[in-house]
Design a protein around this ligand. Structure first.
Ligand SMILES: [Fe+2]
Length: 271
């Protein structure tokens, strides 16, 4: 599988502090079935690491993993905090897009609020040919209260990356509920571990995968962890959708409206 969101580069954010810790984290990813990982260090306002340095670290990590016999492909990237000047920062190459390909940007929202500039930033990025991928929207309190805001952003062209750990309660029951809803309703495009270190924020793929299959079926497992991230890295935009394999008889009217709106028609999922 391909992990689209992980803090595996040493000394650039709150991920591993040393090369030894970075390699141990990668060893854990490999042992959990990950074959490719995008290194996404935090890009915060006032604290942007030099993009050239990030590219060098990703290349150096690849070399070290090869030497250690660990079959893990590392792609450079960033987790960019949403600020009004983000489109300009991307255009100036002060923030890395995923795989440095100039097509997709992993965008982090604050945990509590939705900044007033959010729609404008999303729109500007799209105009520049950059598709924003919202990192773990299930962790944002405002989106949990008003999921229609997320729907609007997706309708504007944003994609959604849910944290794998959210599905198994890593961030509490409310986050788990919203993450589960997003996955079950086909509102998630990718999963990522958002791993930071083995002690505090380890990757949880062996626990998450059975839960994901139980929630949304094997088709969703393939789409969210293999096909869609592979399409993203290949630049084909050939993302696969999936349908919940079971009748969603317990779902609320809200999600019925969401699906109808997204599909442009009434759905019979809720019969
Ligand atoms: Fe992250």
């Amino acid at each position: 599988m391909i992990d689209l969101h992980a803090h595996i580069l040493p000394g650039v954010d709150d991920g591993p502090a040393t090369w030894a810790a970075a390699i141990e984290l990668c060893r854990q990813l490999v042992s959990q079935g990950v074959t490719g990982v995008v290194a996404t260090p935090h890009f915060h306002p006032g604290g942007y690491p030099d993009t050239g340095h990030v590219l060098e670290l990703a290349a150096e990590l690849s070399d070290k993993l090869r030497s250690a016999g660990l079959p893990l492909t590392v792609y450079p990237g960033a987790e960019a905090y949403l600020v009004p000047e983000l489109p300009q920062l991307v255009a100036a190459q002060a923030v890395l897009t995923l795989n440095n390909a100039g097509r997709y940007l992993l965008v982090e929202l604050p945990l509590e609020e939705i900044p007033s500039c959010t729609e404008n930033v999303i729109f500007s990025l799209m105009l520049d040919g950059i598709t924003p991928i919202l990192a773990h929207p299930e962790r944002n309190a405002r989106l949990r209260d008003k999921p229609e805001i997320l729907i609007t952003l997706v309708e504007r062209g944003a994609l959604v990356q849910v944290n794998a750990g959210s599905l198994v309660g890593e961030f509490g029951t409310r986050v788990q509920k919203f993450a589960t809803d997003l996955v079950r309703q086909g509102m998630a495009h990718f999963l990522g571990s958002d791993a930071h270190c083995l002690r505090k924020r380890p990757p949880l793929w062996p626990v998450v995968m059975p839960q994901l299959e139980k929630l949304a079926g094997q088709e969703a497992v393939l789409a969210l962890t293999i096909n869609n991230p592979a399409a993203l890295l290949a630049g084909t935009e050939d993302f696969t959708s999936y349908e919940h394999p079971f009748p969603l008889v317990q779902e609320s009217n809200f999600w019925r409206r969401v699906l109808s709106r997204l599909l442009g028609k009434k759905t019979d999922y809720f019969l």
